[in-house]
Design a protein around this ligand. Structure first.
Ligand code: AMP
Ligand code: ZN
Length: 138
């Protein structure tokens, strides 16, 4: 599967240059052009799937395997103490490129990236309600 207007499909096909970190038969990884931190890398399936939940599970397995391996290499290369792995899905979640990708963002203590984690709490009965609803959909 491939989409003619998709920038990540073009990168995967070698039609647009990238700073390639890794490539195998089904996955390509390259430096993000607008990095949140030095070494910020995108891990992308070569096939065109718009959203994570549309991606076949065997391919997601391959992708996550690559994410772990690449994250370790990035941390080793940059001296990062940790990393975030993100998959923005849908406009509301900040997805801009409609081709599944995982961001691997190296982190050091006090770097100020994602400094606010807006933790909340459930109202009475709300957790039970959403839990039942989610389980029903699975
Ligand atoms: P998202 O908001 O999760 O869809 O993120 C898309 C990411 O793709 C952004 O972080 C962009 O900086 C990155 N990006 C867009 N075009 C390119 C490109 N040609 N090469 C590398 N990264 C890109
Ligand atoms: Zn694509």
């Amino acid at each position: 599967m491939n989409s003619n207007d998709c920038i990540f499909c073009k990168i995967a096909a070698g039609e647009i240059p990238c700073s390639k970190v890794f490539e195998d038969d089904s996955v390509i990884a390259f430096l993000d052009i607008a990095p949140v931190s030095v070494g910020h890398t995108l891990v992308v399936p070569k096939g065109h799937y718009e959203e994570l939940d549309r991606c076949p599970s065997h391919l997601l397995g391959d992708l996550i395997g690559c994410v772990g391996r690449i994250a370790r290499a990035i941390a080793g290369a940059t001296g990062a103490e940790g990393y975030n792995v993100l998959c923005n899905t849908g406009r509301a979640a900040g997805q801009v490129v409609d081709h599944v990708h995982f961001h691997v963002i190296p982190r050091v203590s006090g770097d100020g990236v994602f400094s606010h984690w807006p933790a909340g709490e459930y109202e009475k009965g709300q957790a039970e309600e959403v839990l039942a609803s989610i389980c029903e959909k699975l």
